[in-house]
Design a protein around this ligand. Structure first.
Ligand code: CP
Ligand code: NVA
Length: 310
């Protein structure tokens, strides 16, 4: 079995296998309905237990549908209804019970330590469905979407991130840029430059990351422009001050016009004011395809966890 916690801990050939499996499975489903089951029924009899300590729409839907298409079942726990959530049962006992009843555990958490501790006590695979420091299932799916649209390996492309460079999504994107060897330009205010330790890791591993205190300079020549909410779920900051700090880092048509002519716009969603409506709803925006692709990649992540990738 395999856990799926952070992109940087997974060998590139396995990440590649997840993406190619997702591509094959997606192609094979062209004529199927959303709840039709893949012919090979690879996860028959398996139960995915999910728990969300924070809000979720896409991750919740995509994992629920993914496990069903693989012929397994799903159960979502509400943290506030567990003894653990009330502080009357230990995490280790909770982890053991989840491992006894379930076949895999998907956790969206407000604490990286909790994720580590669950991993320590689980005897079934655990998947990180977003933590304060990373969002690996999102970013792997975004690599899939980019290659699907651009029809070339992401290593031949330049990706641009405009926005908070300390949040979970960019952390995973930095990890992916090293693993998949693509150019990553980051445009953000100085105060929100990426985590130094992560940057040092990227540098040591031949990352191709450039940081600009200017959104236009970051976008020049890019194939993909990415952004995310300025205020993340885990942010315990002065919100109006942070929003003000990002005033000059909104993705507008001016930013897109500095990227390549055929550049696409991506956003993991939900959105705030970090992108103008005309870009978000415009021709270059691929956000709906990006969201739906999460189903296909979650399926292959689940298969990776069960060592069932073809
Ligand atoms: N992008 C994403 O993870 O969306 P949710 O927070 O709705 O799951
Ligand atoms: N950075 C965002 C991602 C949401 C999917 C957050 O953590 O709120």
């Amino acid at each position: 079995m395999n856990h799926f916690i952070n992109i940087k801990d997974i060998p590139i050939f396995k990440l590649r296998k997840i993406i190619s499996d997702a591509r094959k499975r997606k192609l094979n489903r062209k004529r199927l309905n959303i709840l039709d089951i893949d012919k090979d029924e690879p996860l028959k009899g398996k139960l995915l237990i999910q728990m969300f300590e924070k809000s979720s729409l896409r991750t919740r839907l995509s994992f629920s549908i993914a496990i069903k298409q693989l012929s397994g079942g799903e159960l979502t726990l509400r943290p506030g209804e567990l003894h653990l959530g009330k502080g009357t049962e230990s995490l280790s006992d909770t982890a053991k019970i989840i491992s006894t009843f379930g076949s895999a555990f998907m956790l969206r958490t407000d604490s990286d330590d909790k994720l580590k501790n669950f991993k320590k006590y689980m005897t079934i695979p655990i998947i990180n469905g977003l933590s304060p420091s990373s969002h690996p299932t999102q970013v792997l799916s975004d690599v899939f979407t980019i290659e699907e649209i651009k029809k070339k390996p992401i290593s031949n492309l330049q990706i641009c991130w405009i926005g908070d460079a300390k949040n979970n999504v960019i952390n995973s994107l930095i990890e992916a840029s090293v693993k998949f060897s693509f150019k990553l330009n980051i445009g953000c205010p100085k105060k929100y430059y990426p985590n130094k330790k992560l940057l040092a890791w990227a540098k040591k591993n031949r990352g191709k990351i450039k940081i600009f205190n200017d959104s236009i300079k970051a976008a020049i020549g890019s194939d993909v422009v990415f952004t995310d909410k300025v205020i993340s779920m885990n942010d315990k900051v002065n919100k109006s001050k942070k929003l003000n700090d990002f005033k000059k880092f909104k993705v507008t048509s001016k930013v897109m016009n500095n990227a390549k002519k055929d550049a696409i716009f991506l956003h993991c969603l939900p959105r705030g004011n970090e992108v103008s409506n005309d870009v978000f709803l415009g021709k270059q925006s691929k956000v709906w395809q990006q969201a739906l692709n999460r189903v296909y990649v979650q399926k292959s992540i689940l298969l990776y966890c069960f060592n069932k990738l073809r």
